[in-house]
Design a protein around this ligand. Structure first.
Ligand code: 13P
Ligand code: SF4
Length: 341
């Protein structure tokens, strides 16, 4: 894991991992009942990413909320009649919900949860970069700040990034792509589009390595390989299916393998096992010991979401997401293109 994760969060993250079973059955039921009541009283709904604590995912399902990839999370906020959106994931997901639904209240269990791609693309530097290539279409990944989205012509998630770039390329457009260099490389290879890339990566997916995965495939030659495209290109090349979190889940159901090696955050295993209980899933190997901690296929920021801080947020109505109006209006243009593509 590289050094963008601050030390105090790293300690919390390591504690979470060592203590994965955080709830005993009594406090679990108390917490869940309390959150259910709070949601009902406040006309709220849970919107959660596949990487968060599986108990949050379960509760989201039980309360008819939305557990999904980042694209569907954005769309659900627009479709629901709830006045209060409680987004468990990372900051860009809460901001996207707020920008698309400025009239609704958006809360997050923690405001500390960000993303190495968002951190790796500061708005001021990105503006200077874009100013050098004024003739290019600016396409940014959803894992960016509201300010960066406000500068973009298009926002995409990994579900639609390939299709959007293919579309722009067919119109003869040249592209600035930011921030994920691996996803950018994958799209460039697939589409042959003319792309200039920003240089950032995901601390989780960057850790999946070609040699380790090849060794694991030798141990399980009958297993299919599922890879999120934030992983390095040589890892992607070993995949039987490449795609967003929801595309990985779909592939695990449709492909004719009984076993899978999965190169993405291990939070997704709850859904993989739920959808295909008869199949076996293995974590793809990571790089091993890094500078600050052992890589673990777990996003340190996604891991900050818990039932406890979710309940506290709802009781105190704190951790509200606010985006300045000017930025909201600009970012709405590129985000609306994404949700209606
Ligand atoms: P998805 O859009 O595939 O859910 O990805 C979000 C993400 O942050 C992956 O690391
Ligand atoms: Fe960002 Fe990677 Fe975490 Fe996804 S898994 S939120 S890309 S740091």
């Amino acid at each position: 894991m590289n050094n963008v994760v601050p030390n105090h969060l790293l300690k919390k993250h390591q504690k979470n991992i060592l203590n994965e079973k955080k709830y005993n059955s009594e406090n679990l039921q108390t917490l869940k009942s309390s959150i259910k009541k709070l949601l009902k009283d406040k006309n709220g709904v849970l919107i959660s990413h596949y990487y968060v604590d599986h108990e949050i995912q379960k509760l989201t399902e039980e309360t008819n909320g939305c557990v999904s990839d980042s694209l569907q999370m954005a769309k659900f906020g627009q479709e629901t009649e709830a006045d209060l959106l409680v987004v468990s994931g990372v900051k860009f997901m809460g901001e996207t919900s707020k920008i698309l639904n400025p009239e609704k209240t958006v809360l997050m269990p923690t405001l500390e949860a960000t993303c190495s791609l968002d951190l790796g693309c500061p708005a001021e530097e990105f503006k200077k970069f874009c100013d050098q290539f004024p003739d290019r279409e600016v396409v940014v990944y959803a894992n960016t700040s509201a300010e960066v989205k406000a500068m973009a012509d298009w926002v995409v998630t990994s579900s639609i990034a390939l299709d959007v770039v293919e579309h722009l390329d067919s119109l003869g457009k040249k592209i600035i792509w930011a921030p994920d260099k691996h996803l950018g490389k994958y799209i460039e290879t697939k589409t042959q589009a003319d792309m200039i890339m920003w240089d950032a990566s995901c601390v989780v997916h960057d850790e999946f390595k070609f040699q380790g995965l090849k060794k694991m495939k030798k141990l399980h030659p009958e297993a299919g390989i599922l890879v999120h495209p934030e992983s390095p290109m040589e890892v992607i090349e070993l995949a039987d299916a490449v795609g967003s979190t929801s595309q990985i889940i779909n592939a695990s159901k449709k492909l004719d393998f009984k076993k899978f090696i999965v190169a993405t955050d291990k939070g997704i295993f709850y859904q993989l096992k739920k959808e295909s209980p008869e199949k076996e899933f293995f974590e793809a190997p990571t790089a091993g010991d890094g500078a600050q901690c052992r890589s673990c296929s777990q996003c340190p920021w996604m891991g900050l979401n818990s039932l406890e801080n979710l309940e506290k947020t709802l009781i105190e109505m704190k951790n509200t997401i606010n985006v300045p109006e000017k930025i909201t209006l600009e970012a709405q243009k590129s985000l609306n293109r994404m949700t209606s593509f």
